[in-house]
Design a protein. Structure first.
Length: 493
């Protein structure tokens, strides 16, 4: 993980109470109810946000609809939209320190990683989508009809974007940037615990020139305002990232309403280490794969599969190295692993580690909370000798926990890797190029990394198979998913 040293001056921000952003205006919720926002590194309340009602959500959808229908954004040329999206990226870079401070105090992200990961990726997504906005379009079709036939790629209308707690900035931009590039309007419902950067981005989008009503941010509970967004007949597409359980529900509602959906759901990726791997390099990727974002990473690599001749060696190296990973205050520039985003996530990790203990697994590192400043810390934990059927291996723990299992053959490694309900990411470490291609082709996952982990870029699509969802974010595929194809056939008679 690249830790930058230009974050020394970033300190905990003072943040006043935040309101809803609807039709270009900041407003209180209709009920006046507010939700406290907690700093996960201290457990202290830092501010509060308005908790939207269904009526507020309806107002946001109506604002987005009006903005779409009158063409203030949807009728701009791709080049005009691109100019504004590029300005968003510039402002994200200019206001990086402020964004980092907000994202870190809300999610517990180490400031030193928040710049290269969350902030720069966000800027790059807007830049990439600005380029797509200028180049995307329909195509001519050769046909024996005596006609000129072509397709148009048109925006869908109003996009309902629902995002999870763990990468608030990146995962809201991965929806809003392509949706805007294609000419849509957006109603965004961020996660209830981590909505602050979405509200800051509303300011930035406005400053960049995105017209009022085109992007609306409605904070509040998933069970009320999220559900109302899912159910709203005025929404033309749902872009959902979150757990498989809620995604299953969201997809069924969208199915009832016959609305297109993108489903970015849970993951539980396997990371395979073959005996021909460069072990020293592999260890770095393994540790990054499970501690990155304190393990709250849908594309993390929490299931390590090691070819038997290397099994005990890898466990010994991990046992020595993992306790040395710097865990602590996210505002300390040397911190690599911050707290978990909420205490409920730590309690979930504790439950899984308890199950592992009851199954007589070997705890190689960690295995307990870290008591620090009242924050929600858990030590990076490595667990060996579980069976593949253990819940600790099969289920998504979503914390800084690595399970390690041995294997004897390539086929066994592939079977173990594919042996869960999930299929978001997978990876392998090998010095054999033929094996890299062969195994990558057989892994059931939306993205496969070879000899590193978490190599992500706005140009490279990601998304799930199996219970990790469907649809792709990033790449031209993302833009396409925010458009509909219309065919025009003009008689030449
Ligand atoms: P979650 O499913 O609890 O919540 C996700 C969003 O859905 C939140 O905004 C929440 O308020 C909303 N929501 C909850 N109930 C709803 C309802 N009835 N109707 C509409 N919206 C509702 O997920 P989470 O705990 O915030 O995030 C963690 C999960 O997200 C993990 O499973 C993780 O793997 C997954 N995730 C997936 C990806 C990906 O790209 N595939 C990326 C990040 C996180």
């Amino acid at each position: 993980m690249t830790v930058t040293d230009d974050t020394v001056s970033i300190t905990r921000p003072q943040i006043g109470p935040r309101q809803l952003f609807i039709d270009g205006q900041w407003r209180e919720s209709g009920s006046g109810t507010r939700t406290d926002i907690v700093d996960p590194s201290t457990g202290q309340v830092v501010t509060s946000v308005a908790e939207a009602t269904e009526e507020d959500l309806d107002a946001a959808v109506q604002a987005a609809r009006a903005a779409f229908d009158d063409g203030r954004w949807s009728a701009l040329s791709g080049r005009e939209r691109a100019r504004i999206l590029n300005r968003v990226a510039e402002l994200v870079r200019e206001r990086a320190d402020e964004i980092i401070a907000v994202e870190s105090v809300n999610v517990g992200k180490p400031v030193s990683l928040c710049r290269p990961v969350d902030v720069l990726t966000t800027a790059e997504q807007y830049e990439y989508c600005a380029a797509l906005a200028q180049t995307a379009g329909g195509s001519n079709r050769e046909t024996p009809l005596n006609a000129h036939a072509y397709t148009r790629r048109e925006p869908l209308g109003v996009v309902g974007a629902i995002t999870p707690f763990n990468f608030p900035l990146i995962l809201s931009s991965s929806k809003i940037a392509p949706a805007l590039a294609a000419g849509n309007s957006v109603v965004h419902k961020p996660a209830e615990d981590t909505p602050l950067s979405a509200l800051l981005m509303a300011e930035i989008l406005t400053e960049a020139g995105v017209p009022a009503g085109v992007v609306n941010v409605v904070t509040g509970k998933g069970s009320t305002v999220g559900e109302a967004l899912l159910q709203h007949q005025g929404v033309d597409k749902i872009a959902f990232t979150g757990s498989t359980a809620i995604g299953r529900h969201a997809a069924s509602v969208a199915g009832q309403n016959l609305k297109p959906v993108t489903m970015e759901l849970g993951g539980n990726a396997a990371h395979i280490v073959f005996a021909d791997a460069d072990v020293e390099k592999a260890i770095g990727a393994i540790i990054k794969g499970f501690v990155f974002n304190t393990g709250q990473f849908c594309m993390g690599g929490p299931r390590l599969l090691v070819e038997r001749p290397l099994y005990e060696t890898v466990l010994t190296i991990l046992g020595d190295a993992v306790p040395g990973v710097p865990v602590g205050d996210p505002f300390d520039p040397s911190t690599v692993v911050g707290p978990m985003a909420a205490d409920k996530h730590v309690r979930k990790v504790e439950e899984y580690v308890q199950i592992a203990r009851e199954e007589n697994a070997r705890i190689i590192a960690g295995g307990e909370r870290l008591d620090l400043s009242g924050g929600f810390y858990y030590k990076p934990t490595v667990i060996a000798d579980l069976t593949n059927s253990s819940r600790v291996v099969q289920e998504e723990i979503f914390g800084p926990v690595l399970t390690v299992q041995p294997f004897d053959t390539e086929d066994e490694a592939i079977a173990l890797a594919n042996g869960t309900e999930y299929g978001l990411a997978a990876g392998l470490q090998t010095g054999n190029v033929a094996r890299a291609h062969r195994v990558a082709a057989k892994l059931q996952a939306g993205i496969v990394w070879v000899n590193d982990w978490a190599m992500l870029d706005p140009a490279v699509p990601f998304g799930g198979v199996k219970n990790s969802g469907f649809g792709r974010e990033y790449g031209p595929e993302a833009l396409e998913s925010y458009t509909k194809v219309k065919s025009v056939v003009i008689s030449l008679e």
